[in-house]
Design a protein around this ligand. Sequence first.
Ligand code: SF4
Length: 159
Amino acid sequence: MIAKRYEPFWKTTTLEDMESDQWESICDGCGKCCLQKLQDDETDEVYYTDLSCHQLDIAKCQCKVYETRELLVESCLTLKVEDIPEFHWLPDTCSYRVLSETGDLPNWHPLVVGDDKEMQRQGLKVSHYAVSESKVDEEDWDTHIIRWVHGMPESYDPF
Ligand code: SF4
């Protein structure tokens, strides 16, 4: 007898059809979307900085006001199904973006591994390098612009 192969929900259910708890669990908790971004007025290009929203608990890589974040932080965006075509502004390791573009989750994702140890080991959480926006004058934010290389800021060496 051939055993039936178990397929996890993210391979059998599209993002559009997921239940809310499934949708929430796709977030890998990297915290990258909680980093401040700067946009070029002329080209509309978005640049990430290593400055985190003041409501991010950097050590835990968790929003301190998750349930009311959109009320308390004007620029905070909640990812929604209807925004999937706009996911290109997210870092290319964001699991929503990876799943929508490839149909699968990265092999370090907590749903695949069972916990976030692999993300920690690979330095994929912003807790390894983020600085709170409240510690830097807004006029100096452009000195904190980063470029992503394999899911980490270019000059950052987690080892
Ligand atoms: S970048 Fe994507 S996966 Fe990472 S915390 Fe934000 S929504 Fe979640």
